[in-house]
Design a protein around this ligand. Sequence first.
Ligand code: HEC
Length: 438
Amino acid sequence: MNGLKPSMELHWYAAPRMRVLGLAVVGVFLGGLGCGLFPVGGDAGVGADGGAQGDGGSSGASVTWHQDVAALTQKHCVGCHSSGGIAPFSLRTYAEAKPMASAMASAVLARRMPPWMPDESCGGPFVGERRLTSAELDTFKAWRDQGAPEGNPADARPLPDAGLVGLPRVDADLPMPAPYTPSAGLEDDYRCFLIDPQLTQAKSITGYDILPGVAAEVHHVIIYIVNKAQAVAMDSSQAGPGWQCFGGSGIADDSGAIGAWAPGVSAVTYPAGTGINLPADKALAMQIHYNTQTGVRLPDTTRLKLMYATTPVTPAYLLPLAAAGFEVPPMAQGFSFTKPFPNTINLLPNIKLWGFLPHMHTKGVRITMRGPGNDCLIDIPRWDFHWQSQYFRTTPYTLPRGEAISMTCTWNNPTTSPLRWGEGTDDEMCFAYVYATP
Ligand code: HEC
C-alpha cells in the first residue's frame, strides 16, 4: 500500500504540530488514494421525527415491565447498564429498573439516554444508532405514569448476557508491556508504548477495542503503525516503560494510525470488507495522553484488542484532519472556526468516506463536517467530551476529486485568555479522523 509517494498535497494535514495526526498516513493516503470527492449520499434521512414527542398515544393501554419495557431496556440500555458495564447502575431486572422508572423516563424523553450525539438530520443513517422511536419513548413514559407495574412474570424474556459489547472476535490481546505511572512533573504526560503484535505475516485490522487501565487519568489513546526496529531503539533510549511522544508516535517511520480512543469510544468494528493493513515487520506505538488534573496518578495498564481479517479486504486509512489556526477570544461565546480540506490529489478518481471520529476538548460546543454542496456529513450539535465515538455511515460518501470537505468547530471560552490549538487538556482542538478507502 505504500507504493505511491505522497504527492505533496497536505491540506488534509493542516496542523502545525499535531500529535494526533500521522503525517505518514496522510501522505500514504493522499498519494495512494488521491482524490475523488464526490457526494454520494448527501444528507440521508432528514429527520422525520427529530423531536420525540413525549406524550404520544399511549393513553390508556397498560404497559408492564415483562410485556413491554424489558424488551426496550434489553435492546437499548443493558449494553451499558449491567453490572460491569460503563453505566453506574444496572437495568437488567425488574427489581433494578422499578426504582429507576421515573429517572429512565426523564432521561429518554430528554434524549440524554441512550447517549447518541449526532444530529439526526445530518449524514446518517449511521451504524448502531442509539435512538428511540417515539413509540418507544411513549412506552417508557406510560410505564412511569402507571406506577412501573411488573406485569406477569410468565411473560418474562430471557435476560441477555451481561456485559459490554466488545469485538465479535479477539485475535490479539495486547496490553502495555509494563504498568506506567504518569509523571509527577507533568499535568499532560504524553507517553508512547511499544506494542508488538508479533506477526509472521501481514494482517488487516478489521476492528479494535482499546481498554484504558485507569480511566480517570487516560485522556486519549492513539495506536500508530511504526517501524519495529526504530521503536525498540526509542523504547530502550529512555528510562521506564515507553518514551515521551508529543505530536505523534515520535518514530520517524510511522505509517499512521489504526485506531483511537477517547472517553465514550467503545469497541470499533470497521465496515465489512475494509481494514487497515498491518505489515508483518511493523510494531504498534500506543500513544497515551495522561492528564492528571483530577489528582489521580496511578499505575496504568491500558490494553489493545485487535480483530484481523480472515479474507482479503480493501485497504483503508484513518485520515487525520486537523483544523488548526483558530484563536477563540477571551470570554467568547459561540465562537466558530471553519477549515476546508480540499481533495487535491489526482491519482484516483474517488475517496470513499466511511466514518468520522470528531474530536474537541472540553470547551467545544459543536462540531460539524460538510461535503461539497453543503452536504452534511456529521453534526454533533451538543459536544460532550465524555461521549466521543467513531460514527460509520451505512454506505460511504464519495468525495470527488477537487472537492473539499470542511470542518466547523464552535467553542465557549470561559477564560480570560485566548484559546488555541494545543496539546494540553486546557488547550483546544478541532480535529477528526476520517476512515476512508479508495
Ligand atoms: C452507551 C452506554 C449507555 C447506554 C446505551 C445507556 N446508558 Fe444510561 N447511562 C450511561 C452512563 C455512563 C451513565 C452515567 C453517566 C451519565 O449520566 O452520563 C448513564 C446514566 C443514566 C441515567 C442517570 C442519569 C440521567 O441522565 O438521568 C439514567 C436514568 C439512564 N442512564 C437511563 C438509561 C436508559 C433508560 C437507557 C436505555 C433506554 C440507557 N440509559 C442507555 C450509559 C448508557
